[in-house]
Design a binder for this molecule. Structure first.
Ligand code: FES
Length: 112
């Protein structure tokens, strides 16, 4: 069940994006935070313990809303507008996929 329910401005054009590989739809002018929380119960999973996070201040100050695109780049969901085709993830990537980590180096060494 989504945390946010849209009550107004429902006539804005739709914007397609994906969240954890699932096709989703937001409205033009939504922040990433609004786009995600009108679809899901949480914004992301904390990298420090796995707890659910949904942002806190909604104004770019608390740093609680950092998410990742599928390419690994980070964005602050409360101050970034959703864009068509945006591919977002709510889970941190496996350590083996994070460049510069020991796990990535080990995974690279084992690749054929
Ligand atoms: S919700 Fe606080 S910085 Fe985004």
């Amino acid at each position: 069940m989504a945390i946010l329910k849209r009550l107004a401005e429902t006539a804005r054009p739709p914007v397609a994006f994906t969240l954890d590989g699932k096709a989703c739809s937001a409205l033009a002018g939504d922040t990433v935070l609004t786009a995600v929380l009108t679809q899901a119960e949480q914004l992301r999973v904390s990298e420090f313990g796995g707890g659910p996070r949904a942002g806190f201040c909604m104004m770019g100050a608390c740093q609680d809303c950092w998410m990742q695109r599928e390419d690994g780049t980070r964005l602050r969901a409360c101050s970034t507008y959703i864009e068509p085709g945006m591919r977002l993830r709510s889970l941190p990537p496996p350590a083996a996929q994070v460049a510069g980590t020991l796990a990535a180096a080990v995974a690279g060494e084992q690749a054929p």
